[in-house]
Design a protein around this ligand. Structure first.
Ligand code: NAD
Length: 415
């Protein structure tokens, strides 16, 4: 098959690679000419796709910035960003721009699949009308489906092939076309009755995580008051072989999905005079977690007779999760910003994030920085760091990720 992918980011590039590795011809499109140039030169900008994976695909995977190059594809998959506006409402600009450009080149018989996470109704109410500006009718002249991306950056135990793929078509024929497309690269494709079901399933998956993370984060705050070790509590509950699923407390929620998706659903719910309070409460608890962490650092320094103002604080890890360099919505950045506002002399170490230009900071070498810091805060626990050594060398360590469990030291504080 000849397959087009619009948007070559964390989602689109691995998908393009998966189709090309399965032997199909792939046209990857991005509006960012630097990404197009890099990919065509065999260089990946996505950590999950090593350059070595692009090299053997040179003849089959081609990047372009011209939508006209998608006209010859049998299927086009849209993987553009769906962020929030400044006032925390869904920002569909990228999606609508992509749909408008596609409508100008759409061909009879093509399949268009939306993968970007969004609220239920987007495919039918927003995407289809724009595509139909082509003069073609959805469901008859061309096919449309929604299929949520379930990628978990940095994860290696589940791949595109082994993660079941959901598809919801505008019509039964649309769903069948989408099923055939994904069967090329996925072992299991689950066909749902409508695009709306597929859109909402994705939001449920993410909101499920958000709610459960909020629950353990709230518990961590309570444990701090009660003087109980929250990690021991979670470990203990997780010994139950049924009816409990383990979630880890931490500094808050980050990334492109979990902090964003609940707002997409809340927006749609409001249109129907419905207020999903449970979901919004989870978002609120998780958003306040970085402030709790700052307060915990302040308290720890205070106990050592030092104010934040003027203290040298080394933050370990600024990306939103371990093992990757994505800093979008990272709670660590919120903690760094607040500590800077409070007058702290902040430095950070992160092997995945060489610099933070907005904050005028660059990752420092771990060894010397550990010894000169008044406090070290473990915010994102990347693998490869010797945390026992961190505790041994730092004057004060505050661990928000539980990676120092099992270590006893008077200079160690855990969430
Ligand atoms: N990153 C994840 O882990 C993840 C997981 C599941 C779902 N998603 C969803 O997938 C979608 C894409 O996320 P991402 O993380 O890949 O984003 P990204 O920012 O990494 O990549 C999106 C790409 O789309 C390009 N783009 C923007 N406007 C475009 C246009 N009009 N036409 C063509 N290309 C355009 C951008 O230049 C960028 O390269 C979002 O809806 C996101 O919520 C992301």
């Amino acid at each position: 098959m000849k397959i087009g992918i619009a948007g070559l980011g964390y989602v689109g590039l691995p998908l393009a690679v998966a189709f090309a590795e399965a032997g199909h011809e792939v046209v990857g499109l991005d509006v960012d000419p630097r990404k197009v140039e890099r990919i065509n030169a065999g260089r990946s900008h996505v950590e999950d796709v090593p350059d070595a994976a692009l090299a053997p695909l040179a003849g089959r995977l081609r990047a372009t910035a011209a939508y006209a190059d998608l006209a010859s594809c049998e299927a086009v998959v849209i993987c553009v960003p769906t962020p929030l506006t400044g006032s925390r409402e869904p920002d569909l600009t990228y999606l609508l721009d992509s749909a408008t450009a596609l409508s100008q080149i759409l061909q009879p018989g093509q399949l268009v699949v939306l993968e970007s996470t969004t609220y239920p109704g987007t495919t039918r109410e927003r995407l289809v009308p724009i595509l139909e500006q082509s003069g073609l009718s959805a469901g008859t002249d061309f096919h449309v489906a929604f299929s949520p991306e379930r990628i978990d950056p940095g994860r290696t135990d589940y791949t595109v092939r082994t993660t079941p793929k959901l598809v919801g078509g505008l019509t039964a024929a649309c769903a069948e076309r989408a099923r055939e497309l994904y069967a090329l690269i996925c072992d299991e494709v689950v066909v749902l009755s409508t695009p709306e079901t597929a859109e909402l399933s994705k939001l449920l998956e993410n909101i499920f995580r958000s709610v459960n993370i909020a629950l353990v984060n709230e518990l961590a705050q309570l444990c701090d008051r009660l003087g109980i070790d929250v990690w021991e509590v979670v470990d203990a509950a997780a010994t139950k072989p049924f009816g409990f699923m383990r979630f880890e407390p931490g500094p808050g929620m980050g990334g492109h999905c979990l902090p964003v998706d609940p707002f997409y659903l809340a927006f749609k719910a409001r249109e129907h005079d419905f207020y999903p309070e449970f979901i919004e409460l989870a978002g609120k608890v998780n958003q306040t977690q970085p402030a709790f962490c700052v307060e915990r650092i302040e308290r720890a320094l205070n106990e050592a007779g030092k104010p934040v103002n003027g203290s040298r604080i080394l933050v370990l890890g600024v990306s939103y999760k371990a093992g990757i360099g994505d800093t979008r919505e990272s709670p660590s950045l919120k903690i760094v910003r607040r500590l800077v506002e409070l007058g702290g002399a902040i430095s950070y170490h992160d092997p995945h994030v060489p610099s933070l230009p907005d904050l005028g900071l660059a990752s420092v070498e771990l060894g010397p920085a550990l010894e000169s810091a008044d406090a070290v805060a473990i915010v994102t626990a990347h693998p490869g760091v010797d945390y026992a050594d961190v505790v041994a060398r730092a004057a004060l360590t505050i661990d928000f990720r539980g990676v120092t469990r099992g270590i006893e030291s008077p200079s160690l504080i855990r969430l």
